[in-house]
Design a protein around this ligand. Structure first.
Ligand SMILES: Cc1ncc(C[n+]2csc(CCOP(=O)(O)OP(=O)(O)O)c2C)c(N)n1
Ligand SMILES: CC(=O)[C@@H](O)[C@H](O)COP(=O)(O)O
Ligand SMILES: [Mg+2]
Length: 642
């Protein structure tokens, strides 16, 4: 028991909220907020979004009967207070840690998470599915989706509303409008919502909401509830047109208003309803409220000052190197444009936008649109660079195939967060892009083994004008290598030998090259002469290099930071086709394992994945059938580490 949270300590499940008065719930919310801050100060995570929904979370669990009623959080990054209230308080300090609670909603974690998430814009579609299944099964539960104003820029949200509005399906969507995405929100929707919220009517409604609480809060007839809710709606024509009753905007931090309004919409029982709730990202923690990003994603921090514990970088981040290289090229080429899907800071597009405000486009959480938008710009002679995380590019795959690849348009994809990303876990791992892009005809696909190579890949993509191209690079810092003053484009489809040997060949694609080099040192220490090559290209393959490695070594190992069906498969297929496997070549493709890996520190995830230097060396010895795995020593810079 924690003396600082006497009321929260009495809540062991949402059922305990039912008997509390509004005054008590206000105290519960205060304690919940303090606990959330305290927890995230030790774990890091998505603090600002969580703080913004504290009262909303309390109100929802007070009014609705979760888990019987289905509550779906969009993205799920704001769900820490929900986790604390839904029987996960004891484990909350394991949030985002290896073996701990996920930073998002997750079906396998709790029955209070009926649908997992982490990518934006899926909640209304999921809610639509639950509402439809409910009706087909002749059940009576409520379905509640909570979606942020940023996530509301995702096209899927409108596909779902259009569908459900047309079916007049009973469900509740709560639009949590904090006037923020990760960066300030973009687009006409944001203007529309701001206009609604800033209207004189909103201020009157704050009072009206309280009146509604007093006059109808205890009345239950469905018709009356609907009548009152409609009376208190201001604006919302856009949602009306999609077939949703619009209620709001209401103050999402005022339980006096929130609870009766939610009770009323719960009792309406007739068609879909959208409740527009206004909140503040970072609410109740001054450093968050004052910061530009409202503490969207933070590392561990000091609870008093808000100062985040950030270790001093040893090398520039890949993201930064990409942004600087693009800026350098864009100074001489005004056809270069940059595109981000609501991730300006994460992709470095904020820096590009500072340098070239007219040539940077934040399209919102709309990867699909962003890619087609880029395709048409390429068709009209521009040089678009689409900077999208590997995991989010999945959302745009049809645009990549249909609008870019089939038309052979020179869109350049800067694929950040390739490979494992750590605390965000399986939903954010950039595991699949090698496979899903490498399958496309006429696509050039590169992977950077260090930050200087990344510079050259940006230059290469810039030079490719007759087909699509992509370069992938990991989250975080480079290896600290000297950067090019002026990086030259690479020869297309040509890898490089980094270390020459005779017995074992390790062919790495991307940033595992460093582990491959360490593995080579370990193998050399046992007397096995080892070649290490950097493939650079997953497509087109450097077939000469691959065939040479196959011919001149007893063992060939491929290594990549990607799932099965990627680079290793391409190499194997090529070697099989040219008959190089017919004479006993020992080839071992090393990829991410065929499982969705939960969050942990990236290096531990790679170790679990079997892609560490030691795992590579072990694989080589096993394939060779000689040597002693037990004697493998990790040697870095001539120093034996383990
Ligand atoms: C498809 C997809 N693209 C990008 C992201 C990255 N992302 C996570 S949260 C977020 C902003 C969400 O804004 P909003 O829904 O308003 O929630 P808030 O953080 O303001 O609470 C973005 C862009 C994502 N999770 N999914
Ligand atoms: C919830 C979400 O999708 C983003 O906030 C993501 O966690 C950002 O990841 P990076 O920290 O790698 O930019
Ligand atoms: Mg928002």
């Amino acid at each position: 028991m924690n003396k600082k949270t006497p009321l929260l300590d009495t809540i062991s499940s949402p059922a305990d909220l039912k008997t509390k008065s509004i005054e008590e719930l206000v105290e519960v919310a205060d304690e919940l907020r303090r606990e959330t801050i305290d927890v995230v100060s030790t774990t890091g995570g998505h603090l600002g979004s969580a703080l913004g929904v504290v009262e909303l979370t309390v109100a929802i669990h007070k009014v609705f009967d979760t888990p019987d009623d289905k509550l779906v959080w969009d993205v799920g990054h704001q769900c820490y207070p929900h986790k604390i209230l839904t029987e996960r308080r004891a484990e909350i300090r394991t949030l985002r840690q290896g073996g701990g609670l996920s930073g998002f909603t997750k079906r396998s974690e709790s029955e209070y998470d009926p649908f997992g998430a982490a990518h934006a814009g899926t909640s209304i579609s999921a809610g639509a599915g639950f509402a439809t299944a409910r009706d087909l099964k002749d059940e009576d539960r409520n379905v509640v989706c909570v979606i942020g104003d940023g996530s509301m820029t995702a096209g899927m949200a409108y596909e779902a509303m259009n569908h459900m509005g047309g079916m007049h399906k009973r469900m509740i969507v709560i639009l949590n409008d904090n006037d923020m995405s990760i960066a300030p929100p973009v687009g006409a929707l944001s203007h529309y919502l701001s206009k609604t919220v800033s209207s004189k009517g909103y201020r009157q409604f704050r009072k009206a909401g309280k009146m509604m609480a007093k006059t109808v809060g205890l009345e239950k007839p469905a018709k009356k509830a609907e009548h009152y809710a409609r009376d208190f709606a201001l604006g919302g024509a856009m949602f009306d047109a999609l077939g949703f009753y619009y209620v709001g905007p209401i103050d999402g931090h005022d339980l006096d208003t929130l609870i009766p309004v939610l009770e009323n919409v719960r009792d309406m029982k007739n068609g879909p309803v959208l409740v527009h709730v206004v909140t503040e990202k970072g609410k109740g923690f001054e450093p968050a409220e004052k910061s530009a990003d409202k503490y969207h994603g933070v590392s561990k921090f000091n609870v008093i000052t808000g100062e985040q514990a950030k270790s001093k970088p040893n090398a520039p981040s890949y993201t930064n190197v990409f942004a600087q290289e693009l800026i350098r090229l864009a100074k001489d080429d005004e056809r270069i444009v940059g595109i981000t899907a609501a991730m300006p800071s994460g992709t470095g597009m904020d820096k590009f936008g500072d340098a070239f405000p007219e040539r940077m486009f934040d399209v919102g959480i709309a990867e699909q649109h962003g890619v087609t938008f880029a395709a048409a710009m390429a068709a009209d002679g521009m040089k678009p660079f689409c900077a999208i995380y590997s995991t989010f590019l999945q959302r745009a795959y049809d645009s990549v195939v249909h609008d870019v690849a089939i038309q052979k348009l020179p869109v350049r994809f800067a694929i950040d967060r390739a490979g494992l990303v750590g605390a965000d876990g399986a939903t954010h791992a950039g595991s699949f892009d090698i496979g899903y892009l490498g399958a496309l005809p006429d696509f050039v696909l590169m992977a950077a083994s260090d930050e200087a190579e990344l510079q050259r890949m940006v230059a290469t993509a810039h030079a490719i004008d007759d087909c699509p191209s992509a370069f992938r690079f990991p989250r975080g810092e480079g290896i600290g290598i000297d950067l090019w003053e002026r990086a030259e484009p690479l020869e297309i489809g040509k890898g490089r030998i980094v270390k020459e040997g005779t017995t074992i060949a390790i062919l790495a694609l991307g940033a595992r090259l460093q582990e491959a080099l360490h593995a080579a040192d370990m193998l050399e220490a046992q007397g096995f002469s080892t070649t290490v090559a950097d493939a650079r290209f997953a497509k087109p393959l450097d077939t000469d290099l691959i065939e040479r490695l196959a011919k001149e070594h007893e063992v060939l190992i491929t290594v990549e930071e990607g799932a099965r069906g990627g680079f290793g498969s391409f190499v194997l297929e090529h070697l099989a086709k040219v008959g190089a496997l017919d004479n006993g070549l020992r080839i071992r493709p090393m990829t991410l394992p065929d499982v969705f890996q939960d969050q942990n520190k990236p290096e531990l995830m790679y170790e679990d994945a079997g892609l560490s230097a030691k795992a590579i060396a072990t694989q080589a010895i096993a394939a060779l059938g000689r040597g002693d795995v037990a004697k493998l020593k990790l040697i870095v810079g001539g120093v034996v580490l383990s």
